[in-house]
Design a protein around this ligand. Structure first.
Ligand code: GAP
Length: 487
């Protein structure tokens, strides 16, 4: 790809209606993004593929390749605002912060770990602290949870938080799920939903946003099997991105050093992608896979936990009471097969739907030259999205707006629409119509022409190769279905 790939990708997202700045007509609002008509389809397809592959299509009876055993998967949809004690017991209230510095001169705020990569608003552009008038404060903590109030009273008793992750909704429903769905350990609970983080410096398009969607699994297993499940989920999740088109050479699995891990973590690996806004050789986090031990369920039983040596213990106040109390409910599990009671360990593959969408767009963006109707090479921009996640699966065109071709094309369009998101277009030259679909990532274009009216065949054009094949109208859906399946 040529220079400034990220600028080109952002421009394409705007031009084709994938992603817009939120509240753009009022000048936008930092860290918030809207998905346009194509973007909403793409992101929905990614979430649907995740849900299908991880949850609804999962075979509870057979161990998937490399899994320690068969396991069950169920889904959940919990609220964005939860009881405030959830965030106190989980540790988010005390610990979910970034360190920041303010500049007293220009009033700008920077994340401490990003000062070296940030630009001071003063011109000429330098790093914060490098201008003579810069006056940076000492680093301070900034909690990333958005605060709100429940009901009419605006006082501390009505404070609540927008969730910064969907995971806690799963942990606090652990008992409900066990008692209602008859699952047995090992099993996973999946949730897709909005999360909110008041990021100090949202940046890199949608990569770091203040409102985004999580796709999270909390996988509950017996403590002695937890390392095997951790390995399984790390590899399984990398393979999922590859199966939908991310190139394995741009992905890496990076195991955290012990001193980089959260205090409760028994192991964390980031699945990282070489986003084009990063320098050569750098990678950005796409998904985290964590071995969280029994930290979460114990926190919601006993109260906020802190590490003392090798132990996680309840943090206590000066009166010896838990600093932040848990629910007091028993969240342990009786394992019939082992005849043992224990607090299950948790493996958490936690992905961001927006980051995944951005990675798939970045991977798919390409520029090449293809011959026009007269054989003259023309530059084109093409989104080589995997057909499974492409917003529009098929575009149907009549070659000309006469001779019954629009009617025949519309009939084909309606037939295919029963299965997929299909687009009908009769405006402009056929070359322009192809080009528009190439930029939208549409893998297949069907054209009705003179021959269709004679022998009932249409051309089926492949976005990536631009090769056109004549296919019988009656076989079109089956041919496309097979191509999507084997892509
Ligand atoms: N429950 C664990 C958890 O939330 P995380 O590493 O903070 O872990 C998981 O987040 C994933 O959520 C990240 O890998 C990323 O894909 C996405 N994510 C996190 N913060 C984000 C943000 N500010 N904007 C967009 N996506 C974000």
């Amino acid at each position: 790809m040529s220079d400034k790939p990220m600028e080109k990708i952002v421009a394409l997202c705007k031009r084709r209606g994938f992603i817009f700045q939120s509240s753009e007509i009022y000048g936008g609002i930092g860290g918030f993004w809207d998905y346009g008509p194509l973007g909403v389809e793409l992101k929905r397809n990614i979430k649907d593929a995740w849900w299908r592959d991880m949850v609804s299509g999962h075979d509870n009876t057979t161990p998937p390749p490399a899994a320690p055993s068969a396991y069950e998967m169920v889904g959940l949809d919990t609220t964005i605002i939860m009881h405030p004690q959830v965030w106190k017991a989980s540790g988010h209230y005390d610990l979910f912060y970034d360190m920041f510095v303010d500049c007293r001169a220009c009033k700008a705020r920077f994340r401490v770990d990003q000062v070296q990569d940030s630009a001071c608003p003063h011109k000429p552009s330098k790093r914060p602290g490098e201008h003579s008038e810069c006056d940076l404060t000492e680093p301070r903590e900034f909690n990333l949870m958005f605060k709100t109030y429940i009901g009419a009273l605006i006082d501390p008793s009505s404070e609540a938080y927008l969730r910064p992750e969907t995971a806690q909704g799963i942990f606090v429903n652990f008992k409900n799920i066990l008692s209602t769905s008859r699952v047995k350990v090992p099993f996973g609970v999946a949730q897709i939903g909005k999360s909110f983080r008041n990021e100090i410096t949202p940046r890199n398009f949608t990569f770091r946003s203040r409102e985004f969607e999580h796709m999270e699994i909390e996988f509950f297993c017996a403590p002695e099997e937890s390392q095997d499940w951790y390995s399984y989920w790390r590899d399984r999740r990398v393979a999922w991105y590859v199966s939908l088109g991310l190139s394995s050479s741009k992905l890496r699995l990076r195991e955290h050093d012990p001193d980089e891990r959260a205090h409760y973590s028994c192991g964390t690996a980031d699945i990282e992608y070489a986003f084009p806004f990063l320098s050569e050789g750098e990678f950005g986090e796409l998904e985290g896979v964590s071995h969280r031990g029994d930290f979460d369920l114990r926190s919601h039983m006993e109260g906020k936990l802190i590490r003392e040596g090798n132990e996680l213990v309840v943090e206590r106040d000066e009166n010896g009471q838990p600093r932040h109390a848990g629910s007091g409910k028993d969240l342990s599990y009786f394992d019939d097969a082992r005849q043992q009671k224990y607090v299950p360990h948790v493996i958490e593959p936690s992905a961001g739907a927006d980051r995944a969408t951005l990675a798939f767009i970045c991977e798919a963006y390409d520029e090449d030259a293809i011959p026009d109707e007269n054989g003259v090479p023309q530059d084109r921009v093409v989104l080589r999205l995997h057909p499974r996640i492409a917003p529009i699966k098929v575009a149907v065109f009549p070659l000309v707006k006469k001779d019954g071709q629009p009617e025949a094309a519309a009939e084909i369009y309606r037939g295919l629409k029963a299965k997929w998101n299909v687009y009908y277009d009769e405006k402009g030259s056929i070359g322009k119509r192809y080009r528009r679909q190439d930029e939208s990532g549409t893998p297949f274009c069907v054209t009705v022409d003179h021959q269709t009216m004679d022998d009932g065949t249409v051309t089926l054009r492949d976005r990536d190769t631009t090769v056109q094949q004549r296919v019988k109208r009656t076989e079109l859906a089956a041919v496309i279905e097979e191509r999507i399946r084997t892509a």
